[in-house]
Design a protein around this ligand. Structure first.
Ligand SMILES: [Zn+2]
Length: 94
């Protein structure tokens, strides 16, 4: 009688542990995807003026964020009229 009760209890504990493990693994995946999307959105790879590949040594700080350019000419054009180019920059998109 007692051993049958103990076996039933053991099965119940096993089921609880399995259910607990499944609950823990579920929310981790969507959180990791959200973080990846945020870091991808703020990374600038293209010059907003000419559309060329950016040079990380050529940048200006605008509204507290770094804006990179492909050449000095583009940097000058941006500084003359920044509002014209910020629409093309991922770091200014909300
Ligand atoms: Zn350029």
């Amino acid at each position: 009688m007692n051993s049958k009760k103990a076996l039933t209890l053991l099965i119940a504990i096993c089921l609880l542990v399995i259910a607990g493990c499944q609950k823990k693994t579920e929310p981790a995946a969507p959180a990791a995807e959200a973080n990846a999307a945020v870091s991808a959105a703020v990374e600038q790879t293209m010059c907003p003026v000419m559309g060329g590949v950016i040079n990380k040594d050529l940048f200006v700080e605008y509204q507290g964020k770094k804006v990179y350019f492909c050449c000095g000419q583009c940097k000058g054009d941006f500084e003359k009229d920044p509002e014209k180019y910020i629409a093309k920059l991922p770091q200014f998109k909300n």
